[in-house]
Write a protein that binds this ligand. Structure first.
Ligand code: ADP
Ligand code: ZN
Ligand code: ZN
Length: 758
């Protein structure tokens, strides 16, 4: 066991101790170990594990802060040579011992320095001065609010009406907006507040990111739902917490089960963390929870200010919250009575961190839960192969929810072969079936969604004469054509004007091939001029709040057709959508990594799930050049077990996760040749170790599929093994080798069971 791990068994022992082992706040492998300090008499008994302290460090005794990992009576070397702790730091939240333990596990499992791992589990360290803003929120809802507005209208109390209308529409407005934009006098606001129509929140109360709460409509759970909730809670009460998978199509009532579980846990005095993919963190989702659990719910996500996040962590640490909702990082909410971690849409890529340490929330949740004796519940309509495999192996218990509870039937799915369309003379991006269905929807005043798994105007630009592809000079990725013909790099933002001639052969036939969302929008305008079209992709949603605006406009029927990238297929509920068109299902099949088939199946199934969520049945058109591919065949039948069987056979044949394990070693360098040499050297060492271990295979090294980002060159090699532990040993060995020859120009990153290819 690592020294970080060992320290925990000692943590909190009551004997008087006089030494503190401290992790210094420097992200550098050379100091990635605890340093020992003496606790001066004045601080004896005052320092605890997890505290932030100031210490003298290095030859010059520079003042540094660090975290106390362990308290001990054993000096590690001559006591008179041990420096003293200067003082307890004034900043920062106290780190809980479970968080230190988790950081140690993350460090060990995924590889990073201890301080980086610690910073990962500490969501906010610094207290941020609270803003002095005041906000106005409604205190009446629904019919009551309507009645209030009618009355104000009758009495011609226009300022009051103006304020109430705006507050109800937006959910909250700033005090300044009321007094300046709406010219409502403070006395009027006060009157409305006294009448209990609005509330003015000032910042001496906690900044609450969840706003106000509607009333919960209590639903009585189906027998299937009750069974799941009852079983999971009973096992927990019996002291047998576990990990569970709830496999259920969208709309089968998983969220209701989550809420029932949370209610059961809070009744036992336990707290819950509910992870959802950031993109699904909409007002809709959060308000369902707040309607049921009121102010004991909070959210943590990247759009909150540092101050708001700090407040939520503090409230959690004080036990003022029972439920924290948020993306991956909400896992590190400092609860001390944790009973349950829920991971909705557990197959989502966003549960894997893209920066070091590259941890996966599903595995990390299971580790964390084990410290608390908590249960973990995974939910998905299209489970990750990992989760489903574990359930097939009997490692986790699986429940199925098979029916849609809103009465909506599964949609009718058509697979359209684009090769046949071309042969029959249809050169449009819309197959004949999709065209006729779109027309029909328009005349029936129902909505449609068109989904393209690609952003930008026309994908890459290439020469039809010599095949030359326009690429970014810095990043070695193909440039995308945008409005007006400008060419843009989606990694570094490099931009150049349109090209009229091929720079290689001079041919004038250089143009974009594949349509992007913007081009689809234009083609729709030509094909159905009367249709109102909204577009949602990375370009139209860059501005804060614009994503919500587009979704809201579409939900309110302000457009007939929504065109978008994968961000439209997740978690949104549009009851009037009865047609979903997937324009080129193949785009995600050629991503060049072993998960491409799984990702395609998930995307198609979820996109199909968008159709017919209301009372009318839905139709789905999947357009493809590969109608026989198993991802497409089983997605069109909404047959997960069928897909799983085929896909798992492929993984097992190739030794890919979850049939085996994989470690990606990424070498980043500002000097191409040095990067190549280092990658080669580490891969050689890998091969030597693999020879000794006998159960590891090394693939590569080679330039990464994106060989350069910014001015950094990227080399990658992979190690595969049936045994995860062997790969962790291999990583330790490579880390040690790298430690000896390290330099400033290179970085080495490790990624265990990577979600994407490099
Ligand atoms: P999921 O999370 O699986 O997509 P939800 O829990 O969001 O499913 O449920 C989908 C819809 O069905 C929601 O509108 C929800 O209110 C409704 N619903 C869920 N459970 C029931 C039930 N037992 N009876 C009636 N309606 C239900
Ligand atoms: Zn050319
Ligand atoms: Zn670039």
């Amino acid at each position: 066991m690592s020294r970080y791990g060992q320290s925990l068994t000692d943590a909190g022992t009551p004997e008087p101790v006089c030494y503190a082992n401290v992790i210094i706040d420097i992200s550098h492998e050379k100091v990635d170990r605890p340093f020992q300090y003496r606790i001066p008499d004045a601080l004896l008994g005052k320092i605890e594990v997890g505290m932030c302290v100031e210490v003298p460090f290095g030859k010059g005794n520079t003042e540094r802060s660090g975290y106390v990992m362990e308290l001990t009576n054993k000096p590690e070397y001559a006591p008179d040579k041990i420096k003293e702790v200067l003082r307890i730091s004034s900043r920062g939240v106290l780190v809980q011992s479970n968080q230190i333990r988790l950081a140690a596990w993350i460090r060990r499992q995924y590889g990073s320095t201890m301080i980086t791992a610690l910073k990962t589990v500490l969501p906010v360290r610094q207290k941020v001065k609270s803003a002095t803003k005041r906000r106005i929120v409604p205190a009446v809802f629904g019919e009551e609010a309507q009645a209030c507005m009618e009355e104000l209208k009758r009495k011609h109390q226009n300022a009051r009406l103006r304020l109430l209308e705006r507050v109800c529409r937006e959910g909250e407005i700033s005090y300044e907006c009321a007094t300046k934009t709406l010219s409502v006098a403070p006395s009027v606001i006060r009157t409305l507040e006294q009448k209990g129509v609005v509330k003015v929140l000032s910042e001496d109360v906690y900044r609450s990111p969840v706003g106000t709460f509607g009333k919960a409509h209590r639903i009585s759970l189906s027998r299937e739902q009750q069974y799941i909730a009852r079983e999971i809670l009973a096992e927990y009460r019996d002291g047998k917490p576990g990990t569970y998978l709830i496999h259920g199509i969208t709309g089968s009532g998983k969220t209701e089960v989550y809420m029932e579980l949370i209610a059961g846990m809070t009744a036992l005095g336990r707290q819950a963390i509910m992870l959802i993919p950031e993109i699904a963190l909409t007002y809709q989702t959060v308000s369902r929870f707040t309607a049921r659990f009121g102010e004991r719910v909070s959210v943590l996500h990247s759009r909150l200010s540092a101050g708001e996040r700090y407040d939520q962590c503090l409230r959690a640490a004080k036990g003022e919250i029972d439920v924290m909702i948020g993306p991956r990082s909400a896992l590190f909410t400092p609860f001390d009575r944790l009973g349950l971690i829920l991971i909705d849409e557990e197959h989502e890529n966003s549960y894997k961190s893209e920066s070091m340490p590259k941890y996966h929330a599903r595995e990390t949740a299971q580790e964390l839960a084990s410290y608390y004796g908590a249960s973990v519940v995974l939910g998905s309509a299209t489970p990750s192969l990992e989760a489903y495999y574990a359930s097939e192996q009997g490692i986790i218990r699986r429940f199925e929810l098979t029916r849609r509870l809103t009465g909506g039937a599964l949609p009718q799915v058509y697979v359209e072969d684009l090769r046949k369309e071309l042969r029959s003379g249809n050169r449009s991006v819309f197959s004949r079936r999709l065209q006729s269905l779109l027309r029909q929807r328009l005349s029936d005043q129902e909505q449609s969604i068109l989904f393209l798994n690609r952003r930008g105007y026309a994908g890459f630009v290439s020469c039809r004469s010599c095949g030359h592809v326009m690429k970014c000079p810095h990043c070695d990725v193909s440039l995308s054509e945008h409005g007006g013909g400008r060419l843009i790099c989606h990694y570094c933002g490099y931009e150049q004007p349109a090209v009229k001639q091929c720079p290689k052969c001079g041919s004038p036939y250089i143009m974009g091939f594949r349509a992007g969302t913007q081009q689809i929008e234009e083609m729709l305008h030509r094909f159905l001029p009367q249709a109102r079209v909204l577009r949602m992709d990375a370009d139209t949603t860059r501005k804060k709040g614009s994503l919500e605006e587009i979704l809201k406009a579409f939900a309110e029927g302000e457009a007939d057709i929504l065109v978008g990238t994968q961000m439209i297929v997740k978690g949104h509920d549009f009851p009037n959508v009865t047609l979903v068109g997937i324009l080129a299902a193949d785009l995600s099949l050629y991503a060049g990594d072993y998960r491409a088939g799984e990702r395609t199946f998930q995307l198609l199934t979820q996109a199909a799930g968008r159709a017919g969520r209301g009372s009318r049945p839905g139709e789905v058109v999947i357009q493809t050049y590969q109608p026989q591919h198993h991802s497409i065949v089983y997605a069109s039948r909404q047959d997960y077990p069928g897909f799983y069987e085929k896909e798992m056979a492929y993984r097992a044949l190739m030794g890919y996760p979850p049939a085996g394990h994989m470690l990606a070693v990424l070498v980043l360098s500002y000097e191409e040749e040095r990067g190549r040499q280092l990658a080669g050297y580490l891969a050689q060492e890998g091969i030597r170790q693999a020879g000794k271990m006998g159960c590891v295979q090394i693939i590569g090294p080679s330039p990464a599929s994106i060989a350069r980002i910014g001015d950094q060159y990227r080399m990658v090699f992979y190690a595969k093994s049936g045994q995860g532990k062997a790969l962790i040993r291999l990583r330790d060995r490579l880390e040690a080798v790298w430690e000896v020859c390290r330099s400033r120009t290179e970085t080495v990153q490790f990624d265990f069971d990577p979600m994407n290819s490099y």
